[in-house]
Design a protein around this ligand. Structure first.
Ligand SMILES: Cc1cc2nc3c(=O)[nH]c(=O)nc-3n(C[C@H](O)[C@H](O)[C@H](O)COP(=O)(O)O)c2cc1C
Length: 144
């Protein structure tokens, strides 16, 4: 059982969350690969995983452009029924994780965990358990 965690980031906070989610997935008994969106060049890079967790910070009320591009790639990768989750660092409004989550559920028809994970930059330290817990929930979703 293997999960792919893909993050976009500008200043590194969402990468930190991605790495913690990856740890949580491993604690939960599954394998996890954590990659930057820039490492995903075509849809074949998305194939062969049991779960997908996509993350972007919110800038100007939106996800980063690189995550939008990834979602268009993912649309072609046939992720229907796979386990899924979404996350991101934010400052005050945090639209990006929710929009990623809804796209994965409504367009890709993925088997999503209960909600997205949003962490404020100031909470990143205290958010370790939340992020690892999110990873555990992904691992549990894969296990069914
Ligand atoms: C120019 C600018 C615009 C931002 N716009 C938003 C926003 O609309 N909503 C929000 O919740 N946070 C906003 N933020 C805060 C970022 O989401 C926050 O700093 C986040 O931790 C950045 O994550 P990253 O380190 O992964 O890039 C903004 C930050 C900057 C610098």
């Amino acid at each position: 059982m293997k999960a792919l965690v893909v993050y976009a980031t500008r200043t590194g906070s969402t990468r930190t969350i991605a790495e913690l989610i990856g740890e949580g997935i491993r604690f939960g008994g599954a394998d996890a690969e954590v990659k930057s969106v820039s490492d995903i060049k075509n849809e074949s890079d998305l194939m062969g995983y049991d779960a997908y967790v996509f993350g972007s910070p919110t800038y100007h009320g939106d996800m980063m452009q690189s995550m939008k591009t990834l979602l268009f790639l993912a649309e072609k990768a046939g992720l229907s029924g796979k386990a899924g989750g979404a996350f991101g660092a934010f400052g005050w409004s945090g639209e990006a994780p929710q929009r990623i989550f809804e796209t994965m559920r409504n367009i890709f028809a993925m088997n999503m965990v209960s909600d997205c994970l949003r962490l404020k930059s100031a909470e990143l330290g205290g958010g370790v358990q939340a992020a690892q817990g999110y990873g555990r929930a992904i691992a549990a979703k894969i296990a069914g």
